[in-house]
Design a protein around this ligand. Structure first.
Ligand code: SF4
Length: 392
């Protein structure tokens, strides 16, 4: 269902929720591979912040239990001033039941953390932000230029160093592999650099060609060579081997953590725990319904000026919930739990899952007790295996 929804703050789905995602839809420049919702014009920043505060207050009834995690993503939320961030987090703390041991992650681009004498980072320390997700992507300038990132390799190193000096000890770094400009040796150096810098959490994604991006256009025009799936698969295997042998737990296909440093926010997503998404294009999930705010910042602002939220709501069937559970759990180290499938979806789903999973056993999946996980080879085909296991 699409439309403008009245926001009374007392929706009928007032059930326990545990996470809040906030989308900040502005960036300095457009990375060639990116299809997230963002704008490089800052014309609507102030109106967006006002609308966001309104959404924070009007959706109060959506959450009834303690909020364990807040994740501010984008876009580039490190372009938000410390005052704006502080005010936003304060408004959330005054509106929702925010736990004392909350994890608050801010996505940050290196150029925003390295260009000042630490004032910005010191300012962040005065807010509730206690985890930084730094979008390094590569330590090679040729890769960064290929991707049209706004920062250099030097700034990436400085950002990590300055964040540490400012007192942030919970830092995660994003990397991209499979880039045409990135050799296997270069990829190894990127990984080793993070290991040497004693980074505790790494998220790494294969370069993918999304629709309507500059990268897609350049490939179509023959200006850039297509992404090589074999190279991406090889670099994925290199990464798993290197990071596991350096003490990281490979706890989700794209995520590696040292002990005690898993992302609590993303782990909750993968465990199917409900969350509230604020801002244009943000998703919410309350256990039975999925909701998407409009991916258009002026429309988002206009709706909220009239106390309405421009969004789509989809009620999930039992099959939808089962399929989502399989898709997300299979990517994790805790896997698909048959007991959980039985208790949440019923015996019919257990029988279906086990009969299809039997075809994958040993080569791409393993069963330990009640749990099914992917083998090393299976991780390369996670999406295909998950869709085989869906009930349609
Ligand atoms: S900074 Fe992030 S959100 Fe912005 S264009 Fe680049 S990848 Fe996309």
């Amino acid at each position: 269902m699409a439309g403008l929804y009245e926001l009374t703050g007392n929706t009928k789905h007032a059930i326990p929720m545990s996470g809040i995602y906030i989308h900040f839809p502005f960036c300095k420049q457009a990375c060639h591979y990116c299809n997230f919702h963002f704008s490089t014009s800052f014309q609507f920043t102030q109106a967006y912040l006002e609308a966001l505060h309104k959404e924070v207050s009007l959706r109060k009834g959506y959450l009834t239990e303690e909020v364990e995690t807040i994740y501010i993503g984008g876009g580039t939320p490190s372009l938000m001033s410390v005052d704006a961030l502080g005010n936003l987090l304060e408004a959330i703390a005054n509106t929702y039941n925010v736990g004392a041991n909350i994890e608050v992650t801010l996505e940050a681009n290196p150029d925003d953390l390295s260009s000042f004498q630490n004032e910005y980072l010191q300012g962040l320390r005065s807010t509730n932000v206690n985890r930084l997700s730094i979008g390094v992507q590569s330590f090679f300038d040729q890769d960064l230029q290929f991707m049209n990132r706004a920062h250099s390799s030097k700034e990436a190193v400085a950002a990590i160093k300055k964040s540490r000096e400012a007192g942030f000890d919970n830092i995660t770094v994003d990397l991209i592999y499979g880039t045409p400009t990135l050799s296997d040796q270069g990829w190894m150096q990127n990984l080793q650099r993070l290991v040497d810098m004693e980074i505790n959490h790494i998220s790494a994604y294969a370069l993918t060609v999304e629709k309507d991006t500059a990268l897609e256009k350049f490939i179509r025009q023959g200006k850039v060579q297509p992404v090589d799936d074999h190279k991406s698969a090889y670099q994925f295997e290199m990464m798993v081997e290197t990071l596991e042998s350096s003490g990281f737990e490979h706890y989700e296909i794209s995520n590696f953590a040292k002990e005690g440093f898993r992302s609590r926010h993303n782990s909750n997503y993968w465990k199917g725990i409900p969350y509230l998404g604020l801002g244009p294009s943000a998703h919410s999930f309350n256990g039975t319904e999925r909701q998407w705010n409009v991916a258009h910042t002026p429309k988002y602002i206009k709706g909220l000026e009239n106390d309405k939220l421009d969004c789509e709501i989809e009620t999930l069937s039992v099959k939808d919930r089962f399929n989502e559970y399989v898709m997300t759990s299979l990517r994790t180290s805790w896997g698909v739990d048959i007991k959980y499938v039985n208790s949440q979806f019923g015996q019919e789903f257990v029988s279906h899952f086990e009969s299809v999973a039997a075809e994958h056993l040993e080569e791409t999946m393993v069963k330990k007790g009640e749990k099914y996980t992917l083998t090393g080879k299976g991780k390369l085909y996670a999406d295909g295996i998950a869709s085989n296991l869906f009930l349609v």
